[in-house]
Design a protein around this ligand. Structure first.
Ligand code: DX5
Ligand code: ZN
Length: 217
């Protein structure tokens, strides 16, 4: 069983409200919000005002993925009644433990993301503090990239650690997910599947969510 979190990075932003209604109707579990600053990653997407325009327009909770430097300066901007997770990158935080505590002190669940080249051991000391680990299966910055298979080794490693240590964090996978690899993702231990182009690039966005969910649920 896994949740589906379509990324609005791949949505038609001129019709953002309608696009989010389609994924809600299709049964998606979260709205994945990809925030990029053009510094941590080579692309600029959108910020808190765009996310906040959806408050009250959908019942779906927000899963915020901050691909930005110095995230501690911006985290409060993303806290709303609908914000369930805020995820920061390990590579962007000098004081990762402090940032995790900051997110939790604002009443939001805390996640940490790992770039494809970052090993799981970099966050082992904080795994007990986390609600989620986001494993990147593409280099962050753009949607529509090819899935990097070594991400699954990290998913398996995290799944094994949480069983052994009896920890409660969820595992999210982000990048290159599609109905073709969704079953493999769930079998490996993924709890939340992020999908950008595979959902919003489909001719029938609502139907594509259904296709994913048949495999994930
Ligand atoms: C990549 C973003 C992803 C991206 C996924 O930097 O974090 O969430 O939008 O897009 P797809 O599913 O098309 O790889
Ligand atoms: Zn993302």
């Amino acid at each position: 069983m896994a949740y589906l979190a379509p990324s609005i990075l791949s949505a038609d932003l001129s019709r953002l409200g309608e696009e989010v209604s389609l994924i809600e109707k299709g049964g998606a579990d979260y709205v994945h919000v990809d925030v990029m600053d053009g510094a941590f990653v080579p692309n600029i997407s959108f910020g808190a005002p765009v996310m906040k325009s959806l408050v009250g327009k959908t019942k779906l909770p927000f899963d915020v993925h901050l691909m930005i430097e110095r995230p501690e300066l911006r985290i409060p901007d993303f806290v709303t009644d609908q914000t369930e997770y805020i995820t920061v990158h390990q590579e962007a935080c000098t004081h990762l433990h402090r940032v995790i505590q900051q997110i939790k002190s604002l009443g939001v669940k805390a996640g940490v993301a790992l770039n494809p080249a970052t090993p799981v051991c970099m966050i082992e000391p904080v795994l007990g503090d986390l609600d989620m680990v986001l494993v990147m299966s593409v280099n962050p910055g753009f949607s529509g990239q090819k899935f990097i298979p070594s991400a699954l080794l990290k998913v398996c490693e995290l799944d094994e650690i949480r069983r052994r240590e009896e920890l409660g964090f969820l595992i999210e996978l982000d990048g290159g997910a599609s109905p073709d690899n969704a079953e493999l993702l769930v079998e490996s231990g993924v709890d939340i599947v992020v999908a950008g182009s595979a959902v919003f690039g489909a001719p029938d966005v609502c139907g594509r969510c259904g296709e994913f969910l048949k495999i994930l649920k």
